[in-house]
Design a protein around this ligand. Structure first.
Ligand SMILES: Nc1ncnc2c1ncn2[C@@H]1O[C@H](COP(=O)(O)OP(=O)(O)OP(=O)(O)O)[C@@H](O)[C@H]1O
Ligand SMILES: [Mg+2]
Length: 476
């Protein structure tokens, strides 16, 4: 492997350029120097540039455009700008600082000692960033491989499906409401696929049609105004790996047509280019819309729908798998306690049961955020029902009621079947009274359990029991 670092020096002032080269000579670096913007772009596109040393603004040099191209082609590039002394207070200086965090400034006239020190610091920052990335990719791998929490039949089925389809090249379409774990599943598929290339994600909802096109397929220099340099699209970047197209239903019809062509031919051209690029990319898509319906209404190309819908995965809502809530809560509690350096925290059975009653319109994400909030705010090791967010207490009808006594381990109420004495001709009130009587009898007059079965609050049970003159002597 070539470990020699390449430094690209772009300076229209020949004397200054030579001074920089002399200062850096003999340090084991490969030095490439030019005073010409076009040559500079050429080097950025064709060499592996580790460090860019350039004038930020000179008569024929546009440092910001170089910076943009350098980041695009070499995400870890170290940047040193040679500037007028007061440049940091100007617009262009501020823009340079905002564009890229690892940018250093060297005031004119160039002082060789300062330059050598800045170069050393830049190389050090780069080394740390590299190590960081390696660690991050290990974390991502664990996250991707980490089993999706849950043991409900729905999530077990999904886990089995992932294991089965991940090693294949099949296109996957993940359907699910917001926060159900679509992205998590896409990552798990990629990590289990053992594809050597990266996972590249693209959210089809975030950009307008033209930008989305150039983001996906890339563009050549001069393809449109502002296209100063060639840019690779997500398809190219995902070569050998997986392209995750999130919110696919939001892709414009013309981009859908382009996508269809790429999927069928496995090749494409960048915007404004005629060179055909071949790619080996596995596609995983996600949506929370009914694509079949959209394709019937011609809002989504039917041919593309057929092409993408090869293996559909439907993620359940949290409500469809409430038995997974205690497990998810346990995992999230551990995660956030660790993240916030807190001693382990648990939820009381009543609190867990309340969480199981809540509808969770935002699904797992909402649950996760809720647990994070609880952990951050908690001062005790056991969270009681009353400590839960008020909106959850209100929505589950537990906001102001007295807490019922709950068994230590939550288990679904298994009520004994009781005979209902209901017949035509009875008033609705009489039928309600009979339903309440039979339910209370089936659960030994435990009002908390009766409330759960009849899906009303415990207060309503208390009020109705009184109103109908039922078992006033019992209060469980
Ligand atoms: N089964 C699961 N086990 C553990 N964590 C999960 C599970 N499902 C989802 N999560 C977590 O919930 C959060 C939301 O998941 P994700 O972003 O994958 O959902 P999404 O369906 O892509 O949401 P959206 O539609 O809003 O983009 C993430 O933090 C994810 O780690
Ligand atoms: Mg998502």
């Amino acid at each position: 492997m070539d470990t020699q670092k390449t430094v690209l020096i772009v300076d229209a002032d020949r004397t200054e350029r030579e001074l920089v080269c002399e200062t850096l000579a003999g340090k084991g670096l490969r030095l490439v120097a030019t005073g010409n913007m076009y040559q500079a772009f050429y080097h950025i596109e064709h060499l592996k540039v580790d460090i860019l040393i350039a004038q930020l603004k000179a008569r024929r040099i546009d440092g910001l455009a170089l910076l943009e191209a350098a980041i695009q082609h070499h995400p870890d590039v170290g940047v040193i700008f040679i500037t007028e002394p007061n440049i940091l207070e100007t617009d262009i200086g501020i823009r340079a600082m905002l564009t890229y965090k690892d940018t250093y400034f060297l005031p004119k006239p160039v002082n060789p000692v300062h330059l050598a020190a800045l170069l050393h610091r830049t190389l050090e920052t780069q080394r740390l960033a590299f190590e960081n990335r390696q660690l991050q990719s290990q974390i991502d791998e664990n996250e991707g491989l980490r089993r999706l929490t849950g043991k409900s039949p729905e999530i077990t089925r999904i886990r089995e499906m992932i294991a089965q389809i991940a090693p294949t090249k099949a296109t996957i379409m993940i359907y699910g409401a917001r926060g159900t774990g679509k992205e998590l599943v896409a990552r798990a598929i990629h990590h289990r696929s053992l594809r050597h290339g990266p996972l590249i994600a693209f959210n089809c909802a975030t950009l307008n049609e033209n930008l989305a096109e150039s983001e996906l397929f890339g563009h050549e220099r001069g393809a449109f105004s502002g296209a100063y340099h060639q840019r690779k699209g997500r398809f190219e970047l995902a070569h050998g790996g997986t392209l995750f197209l999130d919110e696919i239903s939001q892709l414009s019809l013309s981009n859908q047509a382009r996508l269809l062509r790429v999927l069928e031919e496995r090749e494409f051209e960048r915007v404004g280019g005629d060179k055909t690029i071949q790619v080996d990319v596995r596609i995983v898509c996600a949506t929370n819309h009914d694509l079949e319906d959209a394709s019937k209404k011609r809002e989504f190309l039917p041919d593309l729908y057929d092409r993408l819908n090869v293996v559909p995965i439907h993620l359940p809502t949290l409500q469809e798998r409430i038995e997974d809530i205690p497990l998810l809560v346990k995992d999230f509690l551990e995660e956030f306690c660790q993240q916030n350096s807190k001693a382990p925290i648990n939820l009381s059975p009543e609190a867990i049961r309340t969480l199981m009653k809540y509808e969770w319109p935002g699904n797992v994400r909402e649950l996760k955020n809720c647990i994070e909030g609880i952990v951050v705010m908690s001062t005790q090791s056991i969270i009681q029902q009353i400590d839960l967010p008020e909106r959850i207490l209100k929505a589950t009808g537990t906001a102001f009621s007295n807490l019922p006594s709950i068994p230590d381990v939550w288990e679904p109420v298994a009520a004994e079947k009781q005979h209902l004495n209901v017949e035509v001709g009875m008033s609705l009130d009489e039928i309600n009274r009979e339903a309440l009587r039979a339910t209370l009898e089936s659960v030994d007059n435990n009002k908390a359990k009766a409330a759960e079965i009849l899906k009303v609050s415990r207060r309503t049970i208390q009020r109705k029991t009184k109103e109908y003159g039922l078992c006033e002597d019992q209060d469980s």
